[in-house]
Ligand binder design. Sequence first.
Ligand code: PMP
Length: 360
Amino acid sequence: MARVYNFSPGPAMLPAPVLERAQAELREWHSTGVSVMEMSHRGKDFVSIAEKAEADLRELLAVPGDYKVLFLPGGATAQFAAVPMNLRRGKAKVSYVSTGYWSGKAIAEATLYGQVQVAASAKDSNFTTIPPVSRWNVDPDAAYLHYTANETIGGVEFHAAPEVDGFPLVADMSSNILSRPVDVRRFGLIYGSAQKNIGVAGITVVIVREDLIGQTLPGTPSIFDYRQQADNGSMVNTPPTYNWYLTGLTLEWLKEQGGLKAIEARNIRKAEKLYAAIDASPFYSNPVDPAVRSRMNVPFRPADAALENPFLADAKEAGLVNLEGHRSVGGMRASIYNAMPEEGVDTLISFMHEFERKRG
Ligand code: PMP
């Protein structure tokens, strides 16, 4: 197989050992005679897979005992709706921070379930920075405060949980979950779809403080109801079992890498060298405020937009694939999640130098 580095924003590359193990276990899991895909979700074999995934996630993130861990279908977009359905708790408003495309999507969906107050917006900077928390204006009656921990398209990341007291903090960590340690205690709820750092599309992890759940809006579908899901081990219906298994394999791989501190150190090295290469060159640029640049998604452009397509074509030829920016913004974007090895970033940087030398 040709060596390819896949910079896709999601579904993103998986660690090679995860794919190899899935391949080895595809036809038959652990001498059971059946594939994971063919197992009853309530049988002891699948239940052991599900429980191991939860235990590994709890260990990696040091999830406190009074938090529930759920594995839910529907991607992060389902959580855009489920969060207000479950956490409004009779309050008039919910509060959101607007930092780009994905927070915009979360706000639009929450608006379907009641009043949304925007506590702060980065629109003035064209979403290239994050307004300082001291200037946020969170409605005192808000049921919770929601923010997008990493804007996958804009390449803007919160490097610490915002210091805001008095509201449960809700974070969409879809594109940076498990890329660094976080103090779960700081949050009322964390959610993240799996297809970037923890497996494949179709399953979403929700970590929620137990006292916040149980007061769903009337009409909330059972599969969106955190209380019902928590009481039923995330099996209100048949869950996406194979995706859950792949998440489990990815979590095991992460533990083998040394856990979140080790993966964070690697992620910092990868991001720092890529931004350094961009900043050192008069040819490439990244528009984001250096203080909030994402370690996971690095958007960049050549000085001349006419060189974007040749860049992408030559990159593909060199085995560097899926570097196009999101259709809403154009340009290029390198997504360098946990599974991207450091050599992948080194190879991209060498390619960028070479392209600049030839075409710059
Ligand atoms: N939030 C963020 C930050 C994302 O990057 C994405 C997907 N790229 C989503 C939400 C939506 O996730 P899904 O497609 O799993 O619903």
